[in-house]
Design a protein around this ligand. Sequence first.
Ligand SMILES: [Zn+2]
Length: 391
Amino acid sequence: MKTEAPDSIEMLRRLVAFDTTSRNSNLDLIKYIQSYLEDFGVASTLVPNEEGTKANLYATIGPADMEGGIVLSGHTDVVPVDGQPWITDPWTLTEKPDGRLYGRGTCDMKGFIAVALAHVPAFQRARLKVPMHLAFSYDEEIGCLGAHSLVEKLMGNVPRPQAVIVGEPTMMGVVNAQNNGGGINATFTGVEAHSSMTHLGVSAIHFAGDFIHWLNELQVELAARPPDGGIDTMPGFTTINVGIISGGTAGNILARECTLSWGYRTLPHGNPWEVQRRAEAYVAELLLPKMRARHPDANITLKRRSFVPGLKPEENEEAAKLALEWTGGNRTYAVPYGTEAGIFRAHGIPTVICGPGDISQAHQPNEFVAKSQMQACDTFIGKMIRWAETR
Ligand SMILES: [Zn+2]
């Protein structure tokens, strides 16, 4: 059995080399982690997706039957590099004299996973009084799809942990509040006709345009509301965005189909379902009847693509107190973006977000994590180990 591990940066080099863009399988990376853990005598469990093309992984180190452990959570997938002006090879960790480590996923968020894995022998050597659980997911970047089954399996199989640390990039600040986020696909079905005969058909695109206009007005209305609960997530109000629109076949044909991929973010204390419910009501009561009056075959469907529950600070005090002890920080932060933290929190476990790197680097070309951030995370995990030995 091995006892010496690569350091966090060497581990990051290994993880970055796997192209785990969400559209690809993450199994090569997961199998690498599994065999790495095995080398240190740590058994792990895979939670695959339905097709068996991707998997989550969880593992427990230390007294597995004890409550009060810590979950170290991270996602293994990364966003695409397509079309981005990368100066270095995104899949080769490149250290520059500026003290930065470049590569896709360095910051979001293989850096945290690397630190966790590099500490596996230290976890093994320590006299842990409570267990350390590793929980690595797939498909976070496309709507936190993998984490639901991972969290369910983990929570069903280990005694109740005391806290979850989700290692998304926060510059090692402790984040205890995040927005709710929902993604919805809207499909408009019209009736084709020649553009000189608009009375014979229904343009799916024109009705999709009405819907977008309505979303814009809703956004203005919601932005004027005072923030709930006084939490300062930027920008402090509900946001709505239509990210993809597609449809139509020619400039002189009324489009038969138009699809919108859209989504919203609501404040931690806001009603996470309001935007969806209001969109459903608008479609059912106003837009669809208007469309059907033109032709009975017209249709509109709204289908949920993803939902990421938010985090409220007061629910996470226990986790925040611990994390602040280990970072040495004196305040917590709120963020507008979604992470898997809300999914753990929905299972009743105090959860905070705290990891190396700057979120402004996430999804960017020439993404990097500073070496000093990796070191700060090493120190954080070191303090966590001492806490777990002495409690
Ligand atoms: Zn991330």
